[in-house]
Design a protein around this ligand. Structure first.
Ligand code: F6P
Ligand code: MN
Length: 328
C-alpha cells in the first residue's frame, strides 16, 4: 500500500466527492501539520515547551506550542483561496481571510494543539480540524454557527510514536501515516470501522463526585463488570488528549466520555463543540459509531456561540446508546 494523501485527494476529486478548493485546503492542512510535527518532535531543542504566559478566551493558560501551532495553522491555510474565514480554539473571534488572498467557498475551524497538558511530558497530542461551507455575505462569528451535520470534511493529525492524519470527506474514514524518509502521508488504513460492542472505556474518573446521576450510574456499572448488570468486565484507558482517545476507538473500539459536571454550572462540559466534538463526531459516525451529548446526537446540535462547550459520549454504538438512554 503506497497511496499518498495527494493521490487520495485526486481520486476523490475525480469521483466528484470533493472539489478543487477542498483538495487544495486539505492538502494545505496536511502540509502545515508537518511543520507542527517538526516543532513537536524537536521539543526542547526547538524551544517550544512550557507556558506562553497568556490565556485564551476560555481563561485557560496557553502553552507555547498552542500559540505556535495556531500561527502555523493560520499561515498554512489563509493563502489557499479555499477559505473565507478561520476560527480557532485559541483565537477570541474568527479571522476573515486577509485581503491579500482570494476568499474561497469554505470555512475552517480548528483546535491547533489538542491535549496541551501532554506537551511537556512527551505524550500524544494532536491537531483537529473541521470544514464547512461559507455562507453568502460578510463573514463573522455567526457564519461559523452551523450544525456538525453540515461539515464537508473533518479530521485530525496525531503526533505520537507515529504521526497519523485521519480524515473524512463524508465517504468513510481514512488514515495516513507520515513517512519520515520522504515527508509524504501514505494511506495506512481505509474503511475504518468501529465494532458496535466494546469492553473498554475512557473517562477522567477523578471527577466522579461532580458528575450527574446518569453518568455515575453508568460508570458504576462498568466498574462492576461481570458482577453487575452489564455482565462483562471492562478495561479503562485515559490518555488526556481527545485525539489519542478517538484514534484508539477508531482502531479498536471503546467509549470515550467527557460528561457535563457541576464544578461550573456555566459550562455544559469541557470539550468544545465546534473544534473538538463536531469533527470527532463526524469521524466516529462515518466509521459506524455514535456520538451524543447524553441527550441528542452531537451533529444535530445548533451552536449558539463560537466557543460553546458540550458533554461528549462517543465511540462504539451499543455503549453510547446505553449511556444516552440513562440520561433520557
Ligand atoms: O482539549 C481538551 C482536552 O485536553 C482533551 O484533549 C482531553 O480529552 C481532555 O481535555 C483532558 O481533560 P482532563 O484534563 O480532565 O484529563
Ligand atoms: Mn483540545
Amino acid at each position: 500500500m503506497s497511496k499518498t494523501f495527494e493521490q487520495f485527494l485526486s481520486e476523490q476529486l475525480t469521483a466528484g466527492v470533493i472539489d478543487q478548493q477542498l483538495v487544495n485546503l486539505l492538502a494545505a492542512v496536511a502540509q502545515l501539520s508537518k511543520q507542527i510535527n517538526d516543532k513537536v518532535t524537536n521539543g526542547a531543542l526547538a524551544g517550544v515547551l512550557g507556558a506562553a504566559g497568556t490565556d485564551n478566551i476560555q481563561g485557560e493558560h496557553q502553552k507555547k506550542l498552542d500559540v505556535i501551532s495556531n500561527e502555523i495553522f493560520v499561515r498554512g491555510v489563509q493563502w489557499t483561496g479555499s477559505v473565507s474565514g478561520m476560527a480557532s480554539e485559541e483565537m477570541d473571534h474568527c479571522l476573515v481571510t486577509p485581503d491579500a488572498y482570494r476568499r474561497g467557498k469554505y470555512l475552517i475551524l480548528f483546535d491547533p494543539l489538542d491535549g496541551s497538558s501532554n506537551i511537556d511530558i512527551n505524550a500524544p497530542i494532536g491537531t483537529i480540524f473541521s470544514v464547512t461551507k461559507a455562507p453568502k455575505g460578510e463573514i463573522s462569528d455567526e457564519s461559523f454557527l452551523q450544525k456538525g451535520r453540515k461539515q464537508v470534511a473533518a479530521g485530525y493529525v496525531m503526533y505520537s510514536a507515529q504521526t497519523i492524519l485521519t480524515v473524512t470527506v463524508g465517504k468513510g474514514v481514512y488514515m495516513f501515516t507520515l513517512d519520515l524518509s520522504t515527508g509524504q502521508y501514505i494511506m495506512s488504513k481505509e474503511a475504518v470501522h468501529i465494532a458496535p460492542s466494546t469492553a473498554e472505556f475512557a473517562i477522567n474518573a477523578s471527577n466522579w463526585r461532580h458528575w450527574e446521576r446518569p453518568v455515575q450510574r453508568y460508570v458504576q456499572e462498568l466498574l462492576e463488570g461481570i458482577n453487575g448488570p452489564l455482565d462483562k468486565n471492562f478495561n479503562m484507558r485515559w490518555v488526556a488528549a481527545m485525539v489519542a482517545e478517538v484514534h484508539r476507538i477508531l482502531c479498536r473500539g471503546g467509549i470515550f466520555m467527557y460528561p457535563k459536571d457541576n464544578r461550573d454550572p456555566t459550562k455544559p462540559g469541557k470539550l468544545r463543540l465546534m473544534y473538538e466534538a463536531n469533527p470527532m463526531a463526524f469521524l466516529i459516525e462515518q466509521a459506524g459509531g455514535r456520538a451524543t451529548n447524553g441527550y441528542e446526537n452531537i451533529l444535530d446540535i445548533q451552536p449558539t456561540k463560537l466557543h460553546e462547550r458540550v458533554a461528549v459520549f462517543l465511540g462504539s454504538s451499543e455503549e453510547v446508546h446505553r449511556v444516552t438512554t440513562y440520561h433520557i
